[in-house]
Write a new protein. Structure first.
Length: 494
């Protein structure tokens, strides 16, 4: 789109000679709010805390423009310049390789656009990002906000109090909770405190699965609060809600929206590798806001910051059932890949699997790569023909996980796709080739965290079969043991 500036107001114009694409206008004027203007409440609901493209807004341009002229809507440049370099205002991309030009019909010029966030709609040099500048919608609170009836363990309670404080005081806090500690429940008191103070709160997670799992739990805990559940293709896109659950991707549409952002699984792909998602999370918060990070496996940098007092954090070192985390045992299995080339697997791995099959104990066996797993499957099916294998692109992934739950599959071979998120009540876990670089400290801690989850079966065996111990294996085991020690010290284990 092209604009001209007239009387300190930006006016869309594609005909006038002196019009410019928005990114070429030095400073965007913001008209003052006209208190008597009758603004559109639907636009208010749609735009509060957002940064949307014209295409995202189901209202005509003249209505949007009129709101802008009366101070209720803001226009921001889709692409900013830092010196000569472009920066995408939405995703923060400043890598030239992720920019492209095209003959643009909106501004009639060769226009620069960001490829990085293209899946959320094209941002180009002539794209205004549209936001809300008027009053925020009023939320009416029910007499009783939380209907959650559960109880917290001592460890959860301590973390919960810290979360409440951080939310009240707009601070940052890392909650480092072991796998199976029950971290969602730890948030409820903080969410309640935020809602009671009419704060807008967002729980963001890298994975759609988690959004789908959390939504009904939060709706049950806060039945009278509007909850927006946002992921690619979700129907709540235009819903204004005090409580939002979203994938980190969806945060790209928000701008200074939330008083509290809770970021779940900060260590998980794709959040760790995608700088744009980190940018999105930071941009979605209000300048003064609380940020709660949740993880079972903070990366090395964060662990160091915790140790040296540079990062405020709290730990939940023990599971709800008060049993220690299973500590992985390391078993050397020689050059297993070479054996596999001759259609053989190490004898100690085979006997580990046979024992489980005979004892009717279910197990997950992790492989570093799909071809190695697929080559092993027929060998292991000689022990039990019902053994299955699963990986990320497997169309039957969900069914197979379901069959493990129904105890129809005794042993499931898997890649790291099942390292987190899935809970089976009573399983043992093995890793074959734990020396592989894909098995980082955090992956191994997550994998070990699959065992001993339920209170009926709090113990599980975790075995790392390896051809040479790695630092990552040692760090993973150390982390698990440190958590168990802390659990004892704080009286959280029996
Ligand atoms: Zn972008
Ligand atoms: Zn253009």
């Amino acid at each position: 789109m092209r604009f001209i500036i007239k009387d300190e107001i930006l006016i869309p114009s594609n005909t006038l000679d002196d019009s410019l694409p928005i990114s070429q206008i030095p400073a965007i004027p913001q008209p003052p709010i006209q208190p008597n203007y009758l603004y559109n409440r639907e636009l208010q609901q749609l735009l509060t805390g957002k940064q949307l493209l014209l295409d995202d807004i189901p209202f005509p341009l003249n209505e949007i423009q009129s709101h802008y002229e009366n101070g209720y809507i803001t226009y921001r440049k889709g692409i900013n310049q830092s010196g000569k370099k472009p920066i995408c205002a939405r995703c923060g991309n400043k890598n030239l390789q992720w920019f492209e030009t095209y003959p643009c019909s909106c501004c009639g010029e060769t226009c620069l656009y960001c490829r990085k966030c293209l899946m959320m709609g094209r941002i180009s040099g002539c794209t205004p990002l549209i936001g809300w500048n008027g009053p925020v919608p009023d939320t009416i609170l029910p007499a009783k906000i939380s209907q959650w009836k559960g109880t917290l363990s001592k460890g959860q309670m301590e973390a919960s109090n810290r979360v409440v404080d951080a939310i009240r005081e707009n601070r940052e806090l890392l909650v480092w909770a072991v796998c199976g500690a029950g971290k969602t429940e730890v948030l409820f008191a903080g969410i309640e405190a935020a809602l009671a103070a009419k704060k807008r709160i967002c729980i963001a997670t890298p994975r759609t699965d988690v959004v789908l799992e959390l939504t009904p739990r939060l709706k049950a805990a806060f039945p009278e609060i509007t909850v927006a559940s946002l992921y690619g293709g979700s129907e709540d896109r235009h819903l204004f809600a005090p409580l939002t659950i979203a994938t980190t991707h969806q945060l790209l549409r928000f701008y200074h929206a939330f008083d509290t952002v809770i970021l779940d699984e900060v260590d998980a792909f794709p959040f760790t590798v995608e700088e744009s998602l980190q940018h999105a999370a930071l941009q979605a918060r209000k300048p003064s806001s609380a940020m709660i990070y949740l993880t079972a496996t903070p990366n090395e940098k964060w662990q160091r910051e915790c140790r040296t007092g540079k990062r405020p954090f709290t730990t939940i070192p023990a599971r709800f059932h008060r049993h220690p985390l299973p500590v992985p045992e390391f078993v050397w299995c020689g050059n297993w890949q070479k054996q596999l080339q001759k259609d053989k697997l190490p004898a100690n791995l085979l006997s580990w699997i046979k024992e489980r099959i005979l004892a009717n104990k279910q197990a997950l066996v992790f492989f570093p790569h799909i071809p190695l797993m697929e080559k092993s499957l027929p060998i292991l099916r000689l022990i039990a023909p019902t053994i299955e294998a699963v990986h990320a692109e497997d169309p039957e992934r969900k069914e197979k996980v379901q069959k493990v739950r129904a105890e129809e599959i005794p042993l499931l071979l898997t890649t790291t796709i099942l390292e987190r998120g899935v809970t089976f009540p009573n399983i043992d876990v093995a890793v074959i080739g734990a020396e592989d670089s894909i098995f980082t400290e955090s992956a191994l801690v997550q994998i070990a965290g699959r065992a001993g989850r339920s209170k009926d079966h709090p113990d599980g065996v975790v075995t790392f079969f390896h051809y040479g111990k790695t630092d990552e294996m040692l760090k993973a085991r150390r982390q698990i043991m440190a958590m168990n020690r802390e659990g004892i010290k704080r009286g959280l284990l029996d």
